[in-house]
Design a protein around this ligand. Structure first.
Ligand code: ATP
Ligand code: MG
Length: 250
């Protein structure tokens, strides 16, 4: 579902991703951890084509991200084609980026109606079902300001799901939440994983990684330092940098 081969990304002279090789199979959950500045968000943004990679290859759902390959050469996709690729990917960020002037229901309906041109009645019905699925069936008419951070983040997940993505990316979805609200968001993510969604989750929630993750990747300095099952990596980290990092977060 996601394949990265020698992915490089620089901002000017700053080389942030120095050759990332990773693979996430359909239905798998990959958790990514690592210190601040190690390139985790940049990697997710490259997968979603919010950033253009400088070298290497990246595939999502069988498509080369941002390019078309023809006769051994790469051709950049047009904006419209990039937008179509991006529609296959749902992304949830640390900060809930809901539209403040729209209710939970309107937030979830917005993209299907505007981008997919779904009839409103159909989009509404689906939005109610999605909000119910994330435990917010009674909050469909609430505005973001009337919801807790955990509720807002669950609306953000429902909104991403409304586009029926093949892949969900999460960038520290619980790290801006009060501790007592973290569990409800992780629970929704766990259910999503059990339903078979392919997910890449940047998180420092090691309990979640252990329970839900199929693989755990430790990134540092723009490279994958260590990768394995969460059980292996957490119980028996091989690299000193992984050991040092885990000793601080566990
Ligand atoms: P954190 O845990 O703090 O979220 P991270 O692992 O997600 O860290 P990134 O946000 O990917 O790290 O950033 C990696 C490096 O790239 C940092 O040094 C950051 O300053 C730099 N960087 C990220 N985005 C840009 C940008 N648009 N322009 C210039 N530098 C950037
Ligand atoms: Mg980040």
């Amino acid at each position: 579902m996601v394949k990265a081969e020698a992915v490089h990304k620089s901002f000017g002279r700053l080389e942030v991703l120095k050759g990332i090789d990773l693979e996430v199979k359909p239905g798998e959950v990959m958790c990514v951890v690592g210190p601040s500045g190690s390139g985790k968000s940049t990697f997710l943004r490259c997968v979603n084509h919010l950033e253009k990679i400088n070298a290497g290859r990246l595939w999502v759902n069988g498509h080369l991200v941002g390019y078309r390959e023809k006769g051994g050469k790469l051709y950049e996709l047009r904006d419209r084609e990039v937008a179509a690729q991006r529609r296959e990917i749902g992304m949830v960020f640390q900060r809930f980026n809901l539209f403040p002037h729209m209710t939970a229901l309107e937030n979830v309906m917005e993209a299907p109606v505007r981008v997919k041109r779904q009839p409103k009645a159909q989009a509404r019905e689906r939005a109610v079902a999605l909000l119910t699925r994330v435990g917010l069936g009674d909050k469909v008419n609430s505005y973001p300001a009337q919801l807790s951070g955990g509720q807002q983040q669950r609306v953000a997940i429902a909104r991403a799901l409304a586009m029926e993505p093949a892949l969900m990316l999460f960038d520290e979805p619980t790290s801006a939440l009060d501790p007592e609200l973290v569990g409800e968001v992780l629970e929704v993510m766990k259910q999503l994983a059990l339903d078979g969604m392919t997910m890449v989750v940047v998180t420092h929630e090691m309990g979640f990684a252990r329970e839900v993750g199929d693989s755990l990747v430790f990134m540092d300095g723009g490279v994958v330092v260590e990768e394995g099952t969460p059980r292996e990596v957490l119980a028996n980290p091989k690299h000193p940098r992984t050991q040092d990092f885990l000793s601080k977060v566990l």
